[in-house]
Design a binder for this molecule. Structure first.
Ligand code: MN
Ligand code: MN
Length: 294
């Protein structure tokens, strides 16, 4: 259940998210720098009074999620299917939402499929509805447009400072035993694919990490880094590029990962390299409908 104070924070985070999306629409353009786009979006979040709930994900073509620029990233946007996934929080109250921009000019139908699936999903969500029934709606809409829903990515419960709080909203009519209750906050995120409809970890080293749990760590720098990040972000994900100024950041991250303190998030890629689109909203479950925050 969302308290009055939390509702205020969610609404503020939603306003900030909308401002960050507007920035994204201006900077995700063919020929523009990917790193400068990410910087502009994340800067807007902070300047508007929020915090990043995770590094902005800017994922391309067959990538579904978890791509974020590296430090000194030189890439520019080309004619690609670009997913922009933005996370904002105010006092831990997280808005997780994103959309797809078709810079290819040839994949509008794919983008429409997830946009329509999201609309259809939100129109049936309310207290008492089973998560699987929402997955069924998403699957039906995406298949009716000639694409595959991505089966192994799901929407998820949001709790303060907890991005994936243990309950899933499937994108197909499988699993999803949870029955929604009034006051729960959920991210709903249909993905559509022209390929396999399953994603797997890509080969590149992860650029996004989160702390699994605070633990005793022997190396002094690793211990300091762990506590600095935890104090600032708790268990919310962070990007390696944010620490580009740190000497030995690679060493520190490897040291912490080896000790089971860090989770990493490799880029998720469609198994047959199909193109992928995503549309995501954050909502609060109400008695007869949902309150769409973003
Ligand atoms: Mn997201
Ligand atoms: Mn999400």
């Amino acid at each position: 259940m969302v308290s009055e104070e939390e509702l205020k924070n969610y609404l503020q985070a939603a306003r900030i998210h909308t401002a960050a999306e507007e920035v994204a629409l201006g900077v995700v353009k063919e020929g523009a720098g990917v790193l400068s786009a990410a910087d502009a979006i994340e800067k807007e979040i902070v300047e508007a009074g929020g915090k990043t709930a995770f590094p902005v994900n800017i994922s391309f073509d067959s990538e579904a999620a978890h791509n974020t620029p590296v430090a000194n990233d030189q890439r520019v946007f080309a004619k690609e299917v670009v997913k922009v996934d933005i996370g904002v929080h105010v006092e831990g109250c997280i808005i997780d939402a994103g959309f797809t921009i078709d810079l290819s000019g040839e994949n509008g139908k794919l983008v429409e499929a997830t946009e329509q699936a999201l609309k259809d999903a939100l129109s049936v969500m309310r207290a008492g509805v089973k998560a699987r029934d929402v997955g069924a709606v998403i699957e039906k809409t995406i298949r009716s447009k000639g694409f595959k829903p991505v089966e192994n990515l799901t929407g998820h419960l949001l709790e303060p400072y907890n991005l994936h709080a243990g309950i899933e909203v499937p994108n197909v009519a499988k699993g999803g035993e949870h029955v929604f209750e009034e006051g729960e906050v959920f991210a709903v995120e249909p993905f559509a694919s022209t390929g396999a409809g399953f994603v797997a970890d890509g080969p590149a080293p992860a650029e996004i990490f989160s702390i699994i749990a605070l633990k005793n760590v022997r190396m002094q720098r690793s211990r300091e880094f762990l506590h600095e990040v935890f104090e600032e972000r708790q268990l919310l994900p962070f990007a390696k590029r944010w620490f580009a100024g740190e000497k030995m950041i690679d060493f520190t991250l490897r040291d912490l990962a080896r000790q089971g303190v860090l989770h990493d998030y490799p880029i998720l890629i469609d198994e047959s390299k199909g193109l992928v689109s995503q549309s995501e909203s954050t909502v609060i479950i109400e008695k007869d409908s949902v309150k769409v925050l973003v």
